[in-house]
Design a binder for this molecule. Structure first.
Ligand code: G3H
Length: 498
């Protein structure tokens, strides 16, 4: 179980606070303060983590610098071997980690297990991909550029950046942490993790799996605490050479304050689902429900606005309503489809969007119902662009439908958003689908399926306020290295013999 067995050393049972991880050890913060993690279901404190200090962050950074130098000299196959070991340990201990996800972020029990298994697979795949792509470099010869003879050979290879700071979000505190940790490590970097408060204990358990695998001291660290105390301090720390962040608007602030370092940012979306008259309407309804309501809509890739041709809207709305009626609502322990949203303030924000839509005349397909952080799934029909829900992301189980009269109208709404993460289009005409995909200003367009990040080796990126750079295993590895060239200058041009 959480904090027991192999995980006993990460927990200070006397103080009932989880320790943080630095220099290969589980430690108590000198602050003697803790941060409470509120269970979204009970709305009571469930876990506590250390409130680390800036001085502790400094120490972690110093240790990371030293450990990284030795790690960069560790053969690639050995780095891969350790990652495979960590992946296996992670999967072996999926139950206690999933338990934390259920209690900290109210993730339905089965989805919580899936997140851990998916994370183990991601780590293994990254190890394999790293061995393939980091083992290769390039040879360029000078005489392909005008004015040059064949007198210079350029050898380029990939070298680590140094210390990577990883900041994952609450909704995937394990998976979106390892999607940063594994590429950083295989590429020869050190890694400092700042987990989200909700999800921090699951992340600490995951980090312990890396510890058990035997990674060198100081190479991996995990600091917990208040964003107000260590947030800016971490992101503006001179020891950080790269930031990989997933979350909300905070990412925009980080990108303005960060120094001259590579940034990988994924900052949410308002993924549009465009439905044409010729679409398979049963497939549409199934994907609207899955895309809009899985994990209670708390996914950056959730369907967040449906733009549907008016002529088929009534039929689709009926089909969606009927499927929504089968969604189970309740605690994550019972593996319900709809579980409490992560915090009371999130629930209040969602409610604000719902009330705004109500005042402005949206049609409620179900009665609005909320108990604590639990919000029953709600479909809002006849939403208009003057309603907040047409543009803002609820990050909850509330989905707006906007009826459109032309494809252009749908594309226009999608492109008028500040976000540009993913989108999807449903049609049986592949030619139309490609044209619409090309016109949508989003990082990915799914044809005939709801948006999704996975499989985890696919490129994943957002345009506009949805992010900077591209993720996915291969892209993340490439983002966490720098190209280094060595040029051999010959005394005279060299041409092949004969
Ligand atoms: O919440 C943001 C995640 O990147 C979405 O991942 O599509 O696998 O749910 P997912």
């Amino acid at each position: 179980m959480a904090g027991n067995g192999v995980f006993a050393e990460i927990y200070d049972g006397e103080a009932e606070v989880y320790r943080y991880y630095a220099e290969g050890e589980w430690r108590k913060s000198s602050s003697a303060k803790s941060v409470s993690i509120i269970n979204p279901t009970t709305r009571k404190t469930h876990f506590k983590v250390q409130a680390c200090t800036q001085e502790e962050v400094n120490k972690v950074m110093d240790a990371a610098k030293v450990a990284q130098k030795a790690w960069a000299r560790t053969p690639l196959w050995k780095r891969a071997e350790l990652l495979h070991k960590a992946a296996a340990i992670l999967k072996d201990h999926k139950a206690p980690i999933a338990h934390c996800l259920v209690k900290e972020i109210a993730k339905p029990a089965k989805d919580a297990l899936t997140e851990v298994v998916r994370s183990g697979d991601l780590v293994s795949y990254t190890a394999e991909e790293g061995v393939r792509i980091l083992g290769e470099g390039k040879l360029l010869v000078s005489d392909s550029f005008p004015g040059n003879e064949r007198s210079k050979y350029c050898l380029s290879s990939k070298i680590p950046l140094g210390v990577v700071l990883a900041i994952p979000p609450f909704n995937y505190p394990v998976n979106l942490a390892v999607s940063k940790i594994a590429p950083a490590l295989i590429a020869g970097n050190a890694l400092v993790l700042k987990p989200p408060t909700q999800g921090a204990v699951a992340a600490l358990h995951m980090i312990h799996c890396f510890h058990l695998a035997g990674f060198p001291k100081g190479l991996i660290s995990c600091v917990t605490g208040k964003g107000s105390e260590i947030g800016d301090f971490l992101t503006m720390h001179p020891g950080v050479n790269c930031i990989s962040f997933t979350g909300g608007d905070t990412g925009i602030a980080i990108s303005k304050k960060a120094g001259m370092i590579p940034l990988q940012m994924e900052l949410g979306g308002k993924d549009a689902c465009i439905v044409l008259e010729d679409a398979d309407l049963d497939l549409v309804a199934a994907n609207i429900v899955k895309g809009g309501f899985s994990y209670s809509g708390q996914r950056c890739t959730a369907v967040k606005v449906v733009l549907i041709m008016d002529s088929v809207a009534d039929e689709v709305v009926e089909k969606v309503k009927s499927k929504m009626g089968k969604l189970t609502v309740g605690p994550p322990e019972d593996d319900c489809d709809i579980t409490p949203v992560v915090t009371e303030s999130s629930a209040n924000f969602i409610e604000g969007l719902v009330m705004d839509a109500k005042e402005k005349g949206a049609t409620f397909c179900q009665e609005y119902r909320r108990e604590g952080n639990l919000i029953w799934p709600l479909l809002l029909d006849h939403v208009r662009p003057d309603m907040r829900i047409a543009w803002e992301e609820p990050f909850g189980p509330v989905l707006p439908i906007i009826r459109i009269h032309s494809v252009e109208e749908g594309i226009h709404h999608c492109n008028a958003s500040n976000f540009g993460l993913q989108g999807c289009v449903f049609t049986s005409d592949i030619n139309k689908a490609i044209m619409i995909s090309d016109a949508m200003e989003t990082g990915t367009v799914q044809i005939n399926s709801a948006p999704a990040r996975g499989p985890d080796h696919f490129p994943f990126q957002g345009l506009k306020d949805s992010g900077i750079g591209s993720q996915g295993i291969t892209n993340s590895i490439n983002m966490m290295v720098k190209v280094k060239s060595t040029v051999i200058n010959l005394p005279a041009p060299s041409y092949t013999m004969g």
